[in-house]
Design a protein around this ligand. Structure first.
Ligand code: FES
Length: 104
């Protein structure tokens, strides 16, 4: 399914949006490297990952529960206690709208 996130001018670099995709929540981030989307569920203990602080330059988010850091581009954890990746989703711009594609 394709989810409309926001017009590009409403999602400038350094901002993010949380969107619903069925039963899942997905954080869509505009890093300096571009748009990236990651599931709002930490792979360590299901923490609300997208409530954590993030850095647009390095494109890294920190889980607010136990502090694991994740690469927003790949979903790969950079620090313990997480050791498994979080799912990421492709983001594109269609007619000036940021969209995220979620399987299922
Ligand atoms: S739930 Fe995210 S680091 Fe533990």
């Amino acid at each position: 399914m394709r989810i409309a996130v926001a017009p590009t001018d409403e999602l400038p670099a350094g901002t993010m949006r949380l969107v619903s995709a069925g039963e899942r929540l997905i954080g869509v981030y505009h890093c300096e490297s571009g748009y990236h989307a990651i599931e709002d569920r930490c792979s360590h203990d299901d923490g609300p990952l997208c409530e954590g602080d993030w850095e647009p330059g390095s494109c890294v988010v920190t889980c607010p529960r136990h502090g694991a850091r994740f690469d927003l581009e790949t979903g790969i954890p950079l620090t313990l206690p997480a050791f498994q990746p979080v799912q990421t989703f492709p983001v594109s711009v269609v007619d000036g709208m940021v969209v995220v594609d979620v399987e299922g």
